[in-house]
Design a protein around this ligand. Structure first.
Ligand SMILES: Nc1ncnc2c1ncn2[C@@H]1O[C@H](COP(=O)(O)OP(=O)(O)OP(=O)(O)O)[C@@H](O)[C@H]1O
Length: 335
């Protein structure tokens, strides 16, 4: 079953252009000129129930515009869209009951009232039966560790405390699909870790589908096995995170320190036939570059350990952040 199904989804904005000077301003009054920005350009996206997907892209790539269409805030210019079986914009009233949304920068809690009052109001908005509501809410309060915050007005909470309350609020009505836009922005490592653990738990327990937009790729590494990458409104990659590393990671490096100097020709001879290249870095230090996809680190090591006096070893792999930066600066040509 699919949570999100988009075909040819497009959003254009008309932006008025002003001409310079007083005459320009006068002309603008009579005859305004505009140009069209295609923020999302005919994307196809299918996300199955229970998937956790990272939606990434540089500033202005079109991520927020996509999320706004998927959550029914914006009406698409063209294309077909079904989210949880609904047309998000046209069937908005019914549709919003099936989704949860957390935008890192904006709050869905009432600023001046206590957190628990906000929760109570949301229960009324979603018409959740009292008993069912309390059990579910108690569990979230426990896992998100927010019991001491419930009687505080939202404006008094720190960012990390507020985010944990926002997450509870977004899940009060048990949505089957959760949109998270920069959910860990500005949070310290410990709070980030807690939030990630919580998201994994609700995904496992309730099969909640999660679409995560973030600039913090460690969120994606921790949570998502699939990543969709957007560039100038178009999807340029949709697939596994592991595959992305394989294709664009530029291989792995094994740094070796030997007990004594070894001839590099000897090392080359031992790894003959494998897709590797050797480099001597110091009197006893060597680096072997391993080509992704063709040769594995264990193949290389199995050829060496019995015959070469290895003292220290370190494996280096490009981080997702480095890979993504490389893709944006060099384009999608396979390394
Ligand atoms: N309401 C609007 N009117 C005109 N142009 C807009 C509007 N909203 C977005 N845009 C333009 O559409 C493009 C995509 O913007 P969008 O906010 O979706 O990008 P984004 O990937 O979310 O960026 P960021 O990471 O900076 O939030 C940008 O060129 C932006 O200037």
């Amino acid at each position: 079953m699919l949570s999100i199904e988009a075909h040819g989804l497009t959003k254009e904005f008309k932006v008025y252009q002003s001409r310079p000077g007083l005459t320009g301003a006068f002309r603008d009054l009579l005859n305004r000129k505009y140009r069209t920005i295609r923020a999302v350009d005919s994307i196809d996206l299918r996300i199955g129930k229970g998937e956790m997907v990272g939606y990434i892209g540089e500033n202005g790539a079109g991520k927020s515009t996509t999320i706004k269409m998927l959550t029914g805030i914006l009406q698409p210019t063209a294309g077909e869209l079904k989210v949880n079986g609904y047309d998000p914009h046209r069937q908005r009233e019914e549709f919003v009951k099936t989704i949860g949304v957390v935008f890192g920068q904006r709050s869905q809690l009432w600023w001046d009232i206590a957190v628990q009052e906000s929760f109570r109001l949301l229960q009324k908005v979603y018409r959740i039966p009292a008993e069912e509501h309390q059990k579910h809410l108690d569990r979230m309060i426990e896992v998100l560790d927010i019991s001491s915050l419930l009687d505080q007005p939202v404006r008094k909470l720190s960012l990390g405390q507020r985010m944990r309350c926002e997450l509870a609020a977004s899940l009060i009505h048990r949505p089957s699909l959760l949109f998270l836009d920069e959910p860990t922005i500005g949070l310290d490592v410990l709070v980030k870790e807690n939030i990630r653990r919580f998201l994994k738990e609700i995904n496992r327990e309730f099969g909640t589908t999660i679409l995560l937009t973030t600039h913090d790729l460690s969120d994606i590494e921790a949570l998502c096995s699939r990543v969709v990458m957007l560039d100038q409104g178009k999807i340029i990659y949709d697939g596994g995170l592991a595959q992305l590393r394989n294709l664009w990671g530029g291989g792995k490096k094994i740094h070796l320190e030997m007990e004594k100097e070894v001839l590099i020709a000897d090392l080359q001879g031992r790894t003959d036939g494998l897709s590797v290249s050797w480099e001597q870095k110091g009197p006893r230090q060597y680096t072997v570059h391993v080509q992704n996809g063709e040769t594995t680190v264990s193949e290389v090591l199995s050829r060496l350990v019995q015959h070469v006096p290895i003292q220290e070893m370190q494996i280096e792999e490009a981080t997702t952040e480095e890979i993504v930066r490389k893709i944006y600066s060099e384009g999608m040509t396979i390394a």
